[in-house]
Design a protein around this ligand. Structure first.
Ligand SMILES: Cc1cc2nc3c(=O)[nH]c(=O)nc-3n(C[C@H](O)[C@H](O)[C@H](O)COP(=O)(O)OP(=O)(O)OC[C@H]3O[C@@H](n4cnc5c(N)ncnc54)[C@H](O)[C@@H]3O)c2cc1C
Length: 490
C-alpha cells in the first residue's frame, strides 16, 4: 500500500517534470538519453525514490555533473538532478562549521565563508561540484597528502534511503565510511555537515619549481611535501627522452596570523575572482574559441613546450602571492575550455600508485603513451595519503591525471591504451578514481580494491537497495560486473 501511495505521489511530482535530455559526462565523450527529474526538496526526493522502487525503475544520481566520465550518467534511465536541493542550513562563523543540502556547491561554500576567515578544507580543481557529489566521490585537493580527502572533514551526513526514509550518519558509524566513496550507489546524500579551515589571509604564498625530468619531479615532491600546505605539478606529457616527465611544480603555503598585515582586504569574494576579460578586452567565455585551433597534437605540443619554457625562465624559484580562488580554481578561469574538444569530447584518466612504485610506473605510462603516439594533452601530478573510506581512490602515493582527446577515429585505440595503463597500475597495487573514469574494466576493479571492501560494498548495497534502484552507467559498466565476478569466486 505504501508503494501505491508513493506511486500516486510521483504522478503529480514527476509527470510534468521528467524531461528527455541528453545527459553526458563532463568530458562530453560518454552518456546518452535519459529522463531527467529535477529534485528541489528532500520530501520530493523521498517520494520519487519510493515511486521508483515500487515501479521497478532505475535512477542515476547527478549533482553538478562534473565527473568526467559516466559516473553521473544513466542512459535509458531516470536521472535525478539534485542541483535544486541546495539550502544552506547552518553556518557558524565562530567555529567554521557548515551544514547544507547536497546541491550546495563548493562555489557557494567558499563565497559564504571567506569573509569570516574560513575556506573549504578540500576543494577540487573546479568550484562547481555539489557537496553531495563531492562526498559521494570523496574528492581530494592539492593538499590530499596533508589533510586527506573531503571525507576526513565531514562531521555528519543525512541520507535518504531508497525506501524513502531518512537517517543521520556520523563518522563513527561504519556506514559513514561506505557512503563516502560510494558514488551514489548506496543512498542519496541529502545534507552534508563540514568543518572548514581557518585562513588568515585571502592569499597563499606560492613557490614555482621547474624540473627537467621525472626523477627530479619526484625528488622535488619529496622535498616539498614536508612543509608545504598544497602541492601540485603540471607535466609535459609530450616530452620524451631525457626530458620525459619534465614540468612545473607549484607548492603553496598558507599565511600564518600576522603575515598578511591587512587580511580583510583580500578576504572578499570579489578579490578571489579573476577579471571577466582577458587583457581587459576578450571575454573569458570566448577564450576557448581562441584555444580551439591548438586542440591537436601539434598545437598541444607547442602549448606544453611554451609552459615548460616559461616555467623554467620566469617561475623557477620565484615566490609570489596568489588568491585562494586563483590558486585552486585555475581551470574555471577559462569557462567552457572543454569545448576545444568538441565534437567528440575528451576523457580524463587518473591513476593512483603507491609511492614505492610510482616513479617506475609513471615512467612506464608516459613511455607507453609515446609508443602509442597518444601523449596526454594535459597531465597533472599530486601526492596523496591513505584514508579509511570503503571504495576510495586514496592511497599513500602519487596520482597522475591525464586528459586525452576523443576523436572520430581514436576511441578504440584510446580505450586500449587506458587498459594497458590500468594493467601496469593494478599490477603495482594502484587504484583508480571513479570520478575520472570512462574506461575501467570489471576485472581491473576486482584487482585494484581489496576483496573484503568490495564484498562489504555489495553487502551494504543488498541491504540498502536490494532491487538495485540506484544505478549509473559507471556502476553497470565496471562495478556491478566486478561484484558479480567476485561473488563467483570461491
Ligand atoms: C575541471 C575539473 C576539475 C576537477 N578537479 C578535481 C580535483 O582536483 N579533485 C577531485 O577529487 N575531483 C576533481 N574533479 C572531479 C569532481 O570533483 C568530482 O567528479 C565530483 O564528484 C563532482 O561533483 P558533482 O556534484 O559534479 O557530482 P556528479 O559528477 O554529478 O556526481 C558524482 C557522483 O556522485 C553521485 N552523486 C551525486 N550527488 C549525489 C548525492 N547527493 N548523493 C549520493 N550520490 C551522489 C553521482 O551518482 C556520481 O556517481 C574535477 C572535475 C572537473 C570537471
Amino acid at each position: 500500500m505504501a508503494g501505491d501511495s508513493a506511486a500516486g505521489a510521483l504522478v503529480s511530482v514527476s509527470a510534468p517534470l521528467a524531461a528527455r535530455q541528453t545527459v553526458l559526462g563532463w568530458g562530453m565523450a560518454v552518456g546518452g538519453e535519459s529522463d531527467v527529474i529535477a529534485i528541489t526538496s528532500q520530501q520530493q526526493l523521498s517520494e520519487v525514490l519510493r515511486w521508483a522502487a515500487a515501479a521497478g525503475k532505475q535512477v542515476a544520481l547527478r549533482g553538478s555533473g562534473c565527473s568526467y566520465g559516466d559516473a553521473a550518467c544513466g542512459r535509458g534511465k531516470i536521472v535525478l538532478d539534485l542541483r535544486g536541493m541546495k539550502r544552506l542550513l547552518q553556518w557558524d562563523p565562530s567555529s567554521g562549521r557548515v551544514r547544507a543540502e547536497a546541491g550546495y556547491t563548493i562555489a557557494d561554500l567558499w563565497k559564504v565563508a571567506i569573509g569570516d576567515g574560513w575556506w573549504p578544507p578540500v576543494v577540487s580543481g573546479t568550484m562547481e561540484p555539489s557537496l553531495g557529489g563531492a562526498a559521494a566521490m570523496n574528492i581530494h585537493g592539492k593538499n590530499a597528502y596533508r589533510v586527506g580527502p573531503i571525507g576526513d572533514h565531514i562531521c555528519a551526513l543525512k541520507i535518504c534511503k531508497v525506501d524513502g526514509t531518512f537517517a543521520e550518519v556520523l563518522p563513527a558509524d561504519p556506514l559513514f565510511a561506505a557512503i563516502i566513496s560510494s558514488f551514489g550507489e548506496l543512498a542519496v546524500i541529502c545534507e552534508v555537515e563540514l568543518q572548514l579551515k581557518k585562513v588568515y589571509s585571502g592569499e597563499l604564498e606560492v613557490l614555482g619549481v621547474s624540473v627537467p625530468d621525472l626523477d627530479k619531479m619526484f625528488d622535488e615532491f619529496e622535498k616539498l611535501q614536508d612543509d608545504s600546505d598544497y602541492l601540485v605539478s603540471w607535466l609535459d606529457a609530450f616530452a620524451g627522452g631525457s626530458g620525459l616527465g619534465r614540468g612545473l611544480i607549484h607548492a603553496a603555503y598558507q599565511l600564518k596570523p600576522g603575515q598578511d598585515p591587512q587580511p580583510q582586504a583580500l578576504m572578499r569574494v570579489e578579490a578571489q575572482q579573476l577579471p571577466p576579460r582577458l587583457f581587459g578586452v576578450i571575454p573569458k567565455s570566448w577564450m576557448w574559441v581562441f584555444l580551439k585551433p591548438f586542440s591537436n597534437k601539434l598545437g598541444m605540443r607547442l602549448i606544453n613546450w611554451a609552459k615548460q619554457t616559461s616555467g623554467r625562465l620566469l617561475e623557477h624559484g620565484k615566490r609570489y602571492r596568489q588568491s585562494h580562488g586563483a590558486f585552486h580554481f585555475l581551470l574555471d578561469y577559462v569557462p567552457n575550455w572543454k569545448f576545444i574538444y568538441k565534437p567528440h569530447g575528451m576523457i580524463q584518466h587518473q591513476i593512483f600508485v603507491p609511492k614505492a612504485q610510482a616513479r617506475l610506473v609513471f615512467r612506464q605510462v608516459l613511455e607507453l603513451e609515446h609508443r602509442h603516439g597518444m601523449p596526454a594533452f594535459l597531465a597533472v601530478m599530486k601526492r596523496h595519503r591513505a584514508d579509511r573510506f570503503l571504495l576510495t581512490h586514496g592511497l599513500d602515493g602519487y596520482s597522475l591525471a591525464q586528459d586525452f582527446p576523443v576523436t572520430a577515429g581514436n576511441r578504440q585505440q584510446l580505450w586500449a591504451l587506458c587498459a594497458e595503463i590500468d594493467a601496469l597500475v593494478a599490477a603495482a597495487g594502484g587504484r583508480f578514481y571513479f570520478a575520472k573514469d570512462a574506461t575501467l574494466k570489471p576485472e581491473t576493479v576486482v584487482q585494484s580494491w581489496p576483496a573484503e571492501n568490495l564484498r562489504e560494498f555489495a553487502r551494504l548495497r543488498q541491504q540498502l537497495d536490494p532491487q538495485g534502484v540506484l544505478s549509473t552507467d559507471l556502476y553497470e559498466r565496471a562495478v556491478a560486473p566486478a561484484l558479480a565476478q567476485l561473488s563467483a569466486q570461491p
